[in-house]
Write a protein that binds this ligand. Structure first.
Ligand code: NAG
Length: 418
């Protein structure tokens, strides 16, 4: 009798699971087709005034229909505000064998996307931050970039993050001068600092939102004012194929591939290949990233050894580095690496907290030989906003707490963040 009852219970449970699976699949396929529709509708080809208004209306609609709350309840997030027309929709099963460049910025820095997409030649996911009174302008900027730059329209997907307002957002207004959308870039104020707005700049939330918009297996998270070396994406792809990184059996592999970062003088074009980079370094126009402000944050990359290695073709690992405090390299990794802690906002400890979590979680850091990143402009103490030190103090305390939490999260790990 008992057995019979249990058998029934099991049967019912199996049936429930099957039904849930079907519901899940139906919902997924609906989502897919919504993505596709959205895709077709956001692919304007010419840029007459009507087209601008139409493109703006689509983004405004996506904003109203697609916004969700972030985990803290302080921000509204609009995933896939605009998808690249050549970009595959994010799939729930598996990931495409490629690398997506992931970045984030406030809307008035959006124009930096253009050189980035031209250099990267592949999928990019960007999370854009705009405060409530800037939302219309942010949408204009996105419309303008998409209409005036084919490569942006094809390969960039935009996500939006905006602080949530108790009284709701002011209505969106279409761009005033609809005749030439390409003038929109001039309305931007590139001199204004990301961290200088009236709301805290949620850089880690933005990074995570951008990463969630990625359909490929690998990501490279960079700052928007950096440029990758030429062919970095293609070379990494070739290396990954050769080393079978995309194969099922490597999914759990815990290696990240460090791409050394440099900074180049403002008026000097960013080098495309390592040979050019070495020449610029000789002339004193280029130096390791952050060398003046926080040398210990980058020095473990071992720039000297990297620069000694003569340029070659393709990409391969040069040496491995054991993580040491407070190293915060940029790297290519599977998108399954730990997310960024969204409590970190503004300046300080936002990237390093994630890198140290990688270390504690058992990841290895392998430095690539020929690829690199270049920050446009030298970082000096005067390049920062007024409250940098205050931000940093607050985040220092948070980082201390974060490290304690890591010990609970990875109880078997003997690795520490110091
Ligand atoms: C867009 O990305 C694809 C790969 O996804 C690449 O082949 C193509 O060159 C890119 N287009 C541009 C204009 O960069």
């Amino acid at each position: 009798m008992q057995h019979f009852l249990w058998g029934k219970v099991v049967l019912v449970l199996v049936a429930v699971v099957a039904i849930l699976q079907v519901v899940h699949l139906v919902l997924l396929s609906r989502l897919e087709s919504r993505h596709h529709r959205h895709d077709e509708q956001t692919d304007p080809v010419s840029s007459s005034g009507n087209e601008v208004d139409a493109a703006f209306a689509i983004l405004a609609r996506n904003l109203h229909q697609g916004r969700v709350l972030d985990a803290s309840g302080e921000y509204q997030v609009v995933p896939n505000l605009a998808l690249g027309t050549r970009m595959p929709a994010v799939r729930s099963l598996g990931a495409l064998p490629d690398v997506t460049l992931v970045t984030q910025c406030s809307y008035n820095h959006l124009y930096s996307i253009v050189p980035l997409v031209q250099r990267w030649q592949g999928p990019i996911s960007v999370a854009v931050f705009a405060e409530e009174h800037d939302l219309s302008e942010a949408l204009w900027a996105i419309v303008g970039l998409r209409l005036c730059h084919t490569e942006v329209r094809q390969n960039v997907s935009f996500q939006l993050v905006s602080p949530l307002l108790a009284g709701g957002h002011p209505p969106l207004t279409a761009p005033p001068d609809s005749t030439s959308p390409c003038h929109l870039k001039r309305t931007q104020r590139p001199d204004q600092h990301n961290y200088a707005g009236s709301h805290s700049f949620p850089n880690n939330l933005l990074r995570n939102v951008a990463r969630r918009g990625v359909a490929t297996e690998f990501v490279l998270v960079v700052d928007v004012d950096m440029l990758p070396s030429a062919n970095l994406r293609q070379d990494f792809y070739n290396f990954a194929v050769k080393s079978r990184l995309f194969s099922e059996s490597r999914r759990e592999d815990k290696t990240v591939y460090v791409v050394p970062a440099f900074e180049v003088r403002e008026n000097v074009p960013a080098p495309r290949i390592k040979a050019e980079l070495l020449q610029l370094a000789d002339k004193g126009d280029l130096r390791p990233f952050y060398i003046e402000l926080c040398w210990k944050c980058q020095v473990h990359t071992d720039y000297e050894a990297w620069q000694k290695e003569p340029p070659s073709s393709g990409l391969s690992p040069l040496f491995e580095v054991l993580w040491k405090d407070p190293w915060e390299p940029f790297y290519i990794a599977r998108n399954s690496v730990p997310f960024y802690d969204e409590r970190f906002k503004q300046y300080g400890f936002n990237r390093i907290s994630q890198v140290c979590e990688l270390h504690v979680a058992g990841y290895k850091f392998s430095v690539l030989n020929n690829g690199f990143l270049v920050h446009r402009g030298l970082k000096t103490t005067s390049s920062f906003h007024l409250n940098k030190d205050l931000d940093q103090e607050r985040n220092r305390l948070l980082f201390r707490q974060f490290k304690v939490e890591l010990r609970e999260k990875y109880p078997e790990s003997s690795r520490r963040c110091y």
